[in-house]
Design a protein around this ligand. Sequence first.
Ligand code: SGN
Ligand code: CA
Length: 559
Amino acid sequence: MKKYVVATLLLGAVLLVPSCSPVEKAPHRPPNIIFIMSDDHAYQAISAYDNRLIETPNIDRIARMGMLFTNASVTNSICAPSRATILTGKHSHINGKVDNHFPFDTTNVTFPQLLQEAGYQTAMFGKLHFGNSPKGFDQFKILPGQGAYYNPEFITKDEGTIQVRGYVTDIVTDMTLDWLETQRDTTKPYLLMYLHKAPHRSWQMAGRHLEEFTNRTFPEPETLFDGYEGRPAAAEAEMSILKHMSWSGDSKVYQEVMEALGLQEIGIDRRRLPFGTNQLDSAQLATFKKYYGPVNEAFRKAYPQMDQQELMKWRYQRYMQDYLGTIRAVDENVGRLLDYLEANDMMDNTIIVYTSDQGFYLGEHGWFDKRFVYDESFKTPLLVAWPGKVAAGTRSDEMVQNLDFAQTFLDAAGVEQPGDMQGESLLPILTGRMEDWDREAVYYHYYEYPAEHMVNRHYAIVTKDYKLIHYYFDLDYWELIDRKKDPKELHNVYDDPAYTEVRDRLHGELEAIREKYGDSDSLSRRYINTFLDDIEKDGIFGVNQEKLGEILKKRAGDN
Ligand code: SGN
Ligand code: CA
């Protein structure tokens, strides 16, 4: 009997041998891919990076299972262009989606289409923001445009436009879990894109988090009172927490309180009065009022004594409370998904990515929003788990980008990467083959100007040590940032003689990287003209009319 057991064990061992044998490789099993992306989620608000603002235990689980990237960035820090780069593996100037203004060109080839052709089952739930429906998906339910936090509508593949009651972060997760539970074709590997609207402006948290978050106080960033010396584009931008946030939609100040205090609504937000509540039903609104009522009362009393600095501090706290409150629900829901995968033994051979479409300013430089190549919006969170393939609890400070996702997934799936994609597969980093990775610099190009927040057009080369930035329309000047000596990015050393050599070297590298990726001044000029032609005809939302007039007049002078 004993002999029989031993023989059986030996036979079992022999049968298992092929996967360990040096000659015969195990057959490739294409992994499942779960791509989780939130909208405007700053890495400063993920505790795996930094726990001063909020604990995100569930998102952190992905880093504990796999790798945390500390130097991941985007090629163009704004929503739809980032998503287009992710799907196409190409820079904005090549895929054509340079800004949020025009719809995505659906003749682009995207990695989900290629995975679908290769036999993957594909699904997308949540925010896309393309102005059209995604190609290459067997199933999708997406928010129209920015989508709503409460009782949102969805454009669906099979049911037309539907409205679902509830809170968007919970609903997108319900849809995702429902798909995993009831629609999976278990004979195929799958690509699941689970895309949150939160924490996008204007921040509306779930009712269950109002009590905690409207009562919390958060530490201030060191650069809350940046004066923008030497950085004219920063000085011109309209994204100051003090000056450009709206009283109603952003800070949740009631109209009657604004009137009592003589406050004029700020910027473009007039359309959203009163206080961003148009999508809430009466019960949801009552919960909002229960918590924002006392906030308003306290503000009504305190405001007359506040100086500008105190007001900035108050507005920063209000901002953090609401922004971070929306992240609590994202974290809880990521936890629901991970729990589901664990409970159903679905972690094996599955890549799980958590990222954001870009970073965000949480008071650094006195700002909210993004767009600049400065770290808080240039960098983006990136956590990747792949149990069995990526070592648990690892970190990488390599300069990876959203440009690399498409090729990474194709590589992992064993699908050929089209020669015109511009990123690189991250598998060498993820699986510890660093001899196959040698990137030293990345390229950045932001376009959307003139537009809301008025961030000048700029392109840049970024290395681990420096950023060389050219602001070219309508300002025209250079910035050089020494990332090691000046991590808060407060000093433009472009004209400092101590940096002449660095500056000249970086100019050469910038020209080379622009050539490598096929970007040029003539292409930039073409994008400016298409944009200005369009807004000259139809106007543009959110732009100071006087400034717009000046830009268009200057342009007329150019021609
Ligand atoms: C909206 C926001 C802006 C934000 C853009 C782009 N204004 O227009 O603050 O920069 O979206 O964001 S709001 O008054 O409508 O909230 S993106 O993530 O879609 O690129
Ligand atoms: Ca975004």
